[in-house]
Design a protein around this ligand. Structure first.
Ligand SMILES: [Zn+2]
Ligand SMILES: [Zn+2]
Length: 260
């Protein structure tokens, strides 16, 4: 059995714990080390259970606390060569672990895959536990490519970006250049694109979903949930019978863990 704790999600910071109560990984450290520690404890995880850090890309909402957290606990930090380069002197050479292919990290099998984002070399991750439970995360991606979908398809649980409602974004207050950036194929994933991907995933085997990295300005949790739910139900699938679907909160103040 695997334990997933979504600690933080969204542009104000992203971080997930995956593993068991005794040992696991942090995916992104997008808040201060202190905030991450507090949220781990709230979820019933001792920060000492974190054995390594995986970084999706170098944007601040994914790495804000990585330097302090990695140093405090003496942890290796895995990321693509491009991401580690873009992080510059944030990490020492000893802390940096480039990851390009499947490798074992702290007892978990980690497979990185490329996402489509306006950063140096962003990644999503497929993580498999010793008892063959698998988890995939794909956020900060303007599109879900065939390669990304193929990794998500094999997973028992998928965290997928449902960043914005296109109409809310177009009608909203953001400047034109920022709207164009978010809407581009190297920006963020729209609710509609997430929804159609979930239908395909549900039809090919992955049936547990968490919507993540929602925009506070250009989306609402209800809208993101409703868009995916409607698409899945239109495909003849029933919530909590054929699939589970939830939204990752910006902060997991309820300390909720997901077991799968
Ligand atoms: Zn980003
Ligand atoms: Zn982000």
């Amino acid at each position: 059995m695997a334990r997933l704790c979504p600690l933080f999600s969204g542009s104000s910071g992203n971080s997930y714990y995956i593993g068991s109560r005794q040992a696991g990984l942090l995916l992104d450290v997008g808040r201060s080390a202190r905030q991450i520690e507090n949220m781990l404890r709230l979820c019933g995880i001792d920060p000492l259970a974190v054995k390594a850090i995986l970084i999706t890309h170098e944007h601040t909402d994914h790495i804000a606390g990585v330097q302090v957290f990695a140093r405090r606990y003496g942890l290796p930090v895995y990321g693509s060569p491009g991401t580690l380069r873009a992080m510059g002197s944030t990490l020492t050479e000893i802390e940096q672990h480039p990851i390009e292919d499947t490798q074992t990290v702290a007892g978990l099998m980690v497979t990185p895959f490329a996402t489509s984002h306006d950063s140096a070399q962003s990644l999503g991750f497929l993580v498999e536990t010793e008892d063959q439970r698998s988890f995939a995360l794909a956020t900060d991606t303007g599109v879900l490519t065939e390669a990304i979908l193929s990794h998500l398809e094999g997973a028992d649980f998928a965290v997928v970006e449902s960043n914005h409602d296109r109409q809310m974004l177009r009608d909203g207050p953001y400047p034109a250049y920022l709207k164009a950036r978010i809407l581009s194929s190297r920006g963020h994933l729209a609710n509609e694109d997430c929804a159609s991907a979930l239908v395909r995933l549900a039809q090919t085997g992955c049936r547990r979903f968490l919507l993540a990295h929602l925009s506070r300005e250009n989306n609402t949790p209800q809208r993101a949930l409703q868009t995916s739910l409607a698409a899945l139900e239109a495909a003849g699938l029933r919530r909590d019978v054929d699939f589970t679907l939830d939204v990752a909160p910006p902060e997991n103040t309820s300390g909720r863990s997901i077991l799968f």
